[in-house]
Each structure stands twice: as C-alpha cells, then as structure tokens.
Design a protein around this ligand. Structure first.
Ligand code: LP5
Ligand code: MN
Length: 238
C-alpha cells in the first residue's frame, strides 16, 4: 500500500494498558500495511534510560521489531533519553529533531513540535538545560530509583507549571513554524506535541503550505497518512 504513517504522543506507560493494547492493534491493523512508520516522539510517558527493566518496554520493542516495515523515531520532550540500544531492540532508526521525508513526490518536514513552542520561554530554558550532554550522562549514571524520583519531580513540576500557562503559550509560534519550513524549503510540516490535532493551511514564502498536527492517544488513536494525494489526519477507535 503506497502510504507512510506518522504517529506521536501515545505516552505509553504501565498505568494505561488500554493505550498499549490499542497501539499493538494499530501495529497489526495499520502499520503492517504501509511503506514506513514514523513515530514523532512521546511514544512513552517518560524515559529514564535504556536500562530501565520495565516489562512494557520489552513488549513494545518486540512488537516494533516484528513489524515488516521500516520504523523511524524522533525524540519527544518525554522520551528524549531513548537511546541507540533500545532503538536497536525495536529495530527503529533514530532521526534528528528535524527530518525531511521525500515520498510519493511530496517533501515533508517532520519533528516532535516542542521546538516550535518558542513563546513558552520557561520550557525552552528547561529544554536547553536537559539537552546538555554532560547533564544527561550524569543523570543516566544515577541509580534507577533516583532517576525515577527525579522524573516524577519533573513531571509534577511540569504539570504545576502548565496550570499557570495560557493555552496560546503552549502552542506553536507561527513565526517559528514559517521559519522552520522556509529553512527546510518545504510546504508540508507534520508534528505532534501540542495535542491539538488539525491540518492548518498557511502561506510559506508566499506559497500555499500545510501544517498537520497529530493528536495524543487517550481514548482513541491518531495518525497521519501521507500518500500521493498529500496528508490525511485520521483518528480511530483502538
Ligand atoms: O510534559 P508536559 O506535557 O507536562 O509539558 C511539556 C513541558 N514539560 C516538559 C517536562 C517533562 O514533562 C518532564 C519529563 C521527564 C522525563 C524523564 C526525565 C529525564 C531527566 C533528564 C535530565 C537530564 O517537557 C512544559 C511545556 C508543555 O510541554 C507545553 O509545551 O509547557 O514545559 C514546562 O513545564 C517547563 C517548565 O516551565 C519548567 C519544568 C519544570 C521541571 C521541574 C524541575 C524539577 C527538577 C527536579 C530535579 C531534582
Ligand atoms: Mn510532547
């Protein structure tokens, strides 16, 4: 089937078995019938190291490894520590935070989307800090139980911080969107992170362009299908 699928923001965790079951069904029903699957970040609720013996991770790795199609992964703001070891266990290819995909005559820019939220200066400062390699190495050298506590504190801090932010601050900045699409010379962008599924029409370099946003998986699945006709945003029962 000449189509490529994109998903993001499943936030898989042991506390949400229904979403895990939905993802495994998606792999069987949809991902088996496409040319490639791109996972655009926040596949997991939080990632504290490839050495985490969480059985959910092994289950997901086995299911992805068994997929007879190429799988690509871009890090999200929850699973940016997902490493080469786990990616190999999944048979996934790790991609940089911005990637061009050229398929079916379409040139598409893909990313998680958090880097487009430039109005959220608190987050961009936080992101710069936790993306420092030395800090990540220090964190990954800590015992697992300490890493779990730090992650819980970060999650709690984030949830508390988000309560005092306006919704607009936590969405993409239009100028940042246009700058990224101009820099990459694309008229099509696919991203996640904002949990605001939609396909937006805009102008980039005075030409029609589209920004396709994936939905988070809570009670239904969300995927974007790319084919020769362009992009389609699909939500579905999982
Ligand atoms: O994630 P979400 O949806 O709540 O909000 C995001 C932004 N928040 C984050 C933080 C993550 O949730 C934390 C995940 C932890 C993952 C594993 C630990 C890895 C540790 C690595 C160490 C090197 O991404 C949120 C945005 C929102 O999206 C919308 O875009 O607004 O950004 C923030 O909330 C940033 C805040 O402004 C500041 C973050 C507070 C963190 C508290 C620090 C406590 C540290 C404790 C250390 C002992
Ligand atoms: Mn995210």
């Amino acid at each position: 089937m000449s189509r490529t699928l994109f998903i993001a923001d499943l936030h898989l965790c042991q506390e949400e078995p229904a979403i895990t079951a939905g993802f495994l069904r998606f792999l069987q029903r949809e991902a088996h019938h496409c040319d490639a699957l791109y996972i655009l970040g926040d596949l997991f609720e939080a990632w504290i190291g490839d050495d985490d013996p969480n059985p959910l991770h092994q289950q997901i790795a086995a299911a992805l490894k068994a997929l007879p199609v190429p799988v690509f992964f871009i890090h999200g703001n929850r699973d940016f520590l997902l490493g080469h070891a786990f990616a190999a266990a999944c048979g996934m290819t790790l991609l940089p935070e911005e990637q061009i995909v050229e398929r079916y005559g379409q040139r598409v820019l893909i990313m998680h989307g958090d880097t487009l939220c430039t109005d959220d200066q608190g987050y961009q400062r936080f992101r710069a800090k936790v993306h420092q390699r030395w800090l990540q190495k220090l964190f990954l050298s800590l015992p697992l139980f300490i890493r779990k506590r730090v992650a819980l504190r970060m999650r709690a801090g984030s949830q508390q911080s988000n309560q005092h932010k306006s919704l607009s601050i936590m969405d993409v900045n239009q100028a940042a969107v246009e700058a990224a699409m101009t820099r990459q010379q694309v008229q099509l962008l696919i991203h996640g992170h904002t949990h605001r599924p939609a396909i937006h029409d805009l102008k980039v370099q005075n030409r029609p362009a589209r920004r396709a946003v994936l939905g988070a998986w809570h009670t239904r699945g969300s995927m974007i299908q790319l084919d020769a006709s362009g992009v389609t945003l699909i939500d579905f029962d999982f």
